[in-house]
Design a protein around this ligand. Sequence first.
Ligand code: HAM
Length: 447
Amino acid sequence: MFERLPGFRDFYPDACAARNFVFRVWRQSARKFGFSEYDCPVLESLDLFREKSGNEIVEQLFAFTDKGGREVALRPEMTPSLARLVGARANSLKRPIKWFSIGEQFRYEKPQQGRLRSHYQLNADIFGEAGAAADAELMALCLDCMTSLGLGHGDIVLRLSDRKLWMLFLETQGLAGPMGEEILQVVDKVERRKREQSLARLESLVGLAAEPLLTDIEALAGIRKFDELTGFLSRKTSDSRLQASLEERFMEWADILETLRCMGWEDFLRIDLGIVRGLAYYTGFVYEVFPRQGEMRSLAAGGRYDGLIEKLGYAPMPAAGFGMGDVTLTILLEQMQLFPRLIEKPDLYGIFGGLKERAEAHTDIAALRKAGLAVEYPLRQVGFGRQFRLASASGARFALIYGSEEVGQGQVRLKDLLSGEELLVARQNLTDVVLRGMESGSLSGSA
Ligand code: HAM
């Protein structure tokens, strides 16, 4: 006997139906926003993820050497592969490039609630558009996916932050460049770590400036109002170049906030500079969506990553996007009982008097299935009573009854299992009668 590997899931039919329901809603949302679906291999060369995804993810790679001696890895995320696809055809693709995919991702994490070693992600990304309108459109799509599943602003919150603003703030403190990146790694963990730990890490980076820096970081991360954010940062510098850069960035913030407000997403938004994202490639607006209740990992996360395509060796191109996982989302939807009844039922169930009638019925069943109807029947010949019980247990709307008498007259008895109504139908008209009955929801008048 074999056990499933830790951190992986089996999808028995009910779980598979739930997963497909989520995928269906994701696809519908992506299409509403004009995104085209793409796909690519789950196995990539290891180098694609080294440096491109950031240290944390690289440590979690499922990597091995293949039989041809290549170093390969199962993808931990979609973004580097997507950048490879777009970069390779950059000249021939019509811009803006708006693409989405739904695919499995693999990370060797410690399995725990909401965090597994394999998960599915919706990825939606826009390439070739540097303006804030693209960021706003992506956030709107991200939220549309969730509200289409039944979640409201009382259930989830999008925490909006900005790496560019963080970098400008660090510049006001004389801490730009690689040092700034190191400090952002500390900011990323401030929420989860004890204060002394963050302080010790900052001291190793900036020495005595650590305490006031941490106080500023905490203040910035605590700001929830746009005018407080602009006020706080404007007070940090008297350098006119920096002030101009800040002003320019505030305009982009105002643009995003106003666009999302007009779209009706204001109540889902929270200004929250406590988010900086662990992944190495983000350069601008970043965000994560969380359930408002509980301590769950994020439902979705993303941001702008204008440097990644160039980092892969292609011509530079602005890019932004997000990933939405199925694990935390499914837990939340289950908790909130938002999954509809997902049992798949046949349209019709065949009931046969004997082997002769069963053989006759096969011709009709094949024709019904060809017409797109779902038909089931017992694979073994059993008594009439048992077959009726099977028919009603299947949840089918209609039973098709092939008794010797009916078949002898070229007919079949069609029974509405909801109303009990019955109709004798000439077999050559069966498909038409059933289709009419399905459409009108009753047999009366469908003969
Ligand atoms: P990420 O934050 O690493 O971003 O993952 C995005 C989402 O995937 C998370 O919010 C979470 O729902 C889900 N997720 C990630 N890891 C796991 C896990 N081990 N178990 C269960 N769920 C998980 C990215 O992957 C970026 N590539 C997103 C992106 C797309 N950025 C730009 N475009």
